[in-house]
Design a protein around this ligand. Structure first.
Ligand SMILES: Cc1cc2nc3c(=O)[nH]c(=O)nc-3n(C[C@H](O)[C@H](O)[C@H](O)COP(=O)(O)O)c2cc1C
Length: 225
């Protein structure tokens, strides 16, 4: 993104970044929102795989589970959970939205989550990755298509490669371990795509901001801080 060679910039980077052996992805934080209310679900099991892949790469991951969120419909008094949700999303580098498929669409609870993120939305300009979990053989493609539309409408940067899981009960055992290698690989792939995006587009901005904050002369300054 910006030059690490010449003008001593490599030395400058060494001052700001963690040691070379440390994964610089610690410069990113991701919030995952589980879009159903029951604590134990296939959606939550799937999220676990994505999040542990991200965590192994050094990303700070926060999970906001539907079971813990008391949200009100628009027009009713805003709850403290809604404020926390909006603040957390606003501060995140990226968001993962996970939903069960209900009647050919994403969960009503996840819609309420999105409605609780303000208008304009805290999702505006935010990279969003998504996954959907369905009981049927068609998977959650319809849910994801509609979720993609809603998120795009808020101004989110919807990342390609959403993961749809079909026949959820066949993909996980009773303890929630994924027993389907292809599903497992797809969920790790979702995390990998998000990591690529963060490495390419988000972390360089953080490094640049750190340089500016440290008073180091940089070849370019963002118009907005
Ligand atoms: C109200 C309701 C509607 C559902 N609609 C669909 C559907 O349209 N297509 C489908 O494949 N599965 C449907 N299912 C099954 C769920 O997608 C399935 O139970 C899935 O495991 C839900 O994910 P969860 O375990 O994270 O709750 C529905 C389940 C419920 C409770």
């Amino acid at each position: 993104m910006f030059c690490a060679e010449g003008r001593g910039n490599r030395e400058v980077l060494r001052l700001i970044l963690p040691p070379a052996e440390t994964d610089t992805s610690i410069l990113s934080n991701v919030v995952t929102i589980v879009g159903n209310r029951q604590r134990v679900s296939y959606t939550a099991h799937a999220v676990q795989i994505v999040n542990s892949t991200l965590a192994r790469a050094g990303v700070a991951v926060e999970v906001l589970h539907g079971a813990d969120l008391n949200l009100a419909f628009p027009g009713d008094p805003v709850t403290s959970d809604a404020k926390r949700l909006e603040e957390t999303v606003a501060e995140a580098d990226a968001v993962i939205l996970a939903t069960p498929e209900y009647h050919g669409t994403y969960s009503a609870f996840l819609k309420l989550v999105i409605e609780s993120l303000g208008y304009p939305s805290a999702l505006q300009g935010k990279p969003v990755a998504m996954l959907g979990v369905a009981g049927g053989r068609l998977g959650a493609t319809k849910s994801l298509e509609q979720l993609r539309n809603t998120c795009a409408h808020t101004g989110a940067l919807v990342l390609p490669g959403a993961v749809s899981i079909a026949h959820a009960k066949d993909a996980f055992d009773t303890e929630g371990h994924c027993t389907d290698g292809a599903v497992h690989a797809a969920l790790e792939g979702l995390a990998g795509s998000l990591l690529d995006f963060l490495h390419t587009f988000v972390q360089p901005r953080h490094v640049l901001e750190n340089m500016i904050a440290a008073g180091i002369d940089v070849p370019w300054k963002p118009e907005r801080s």
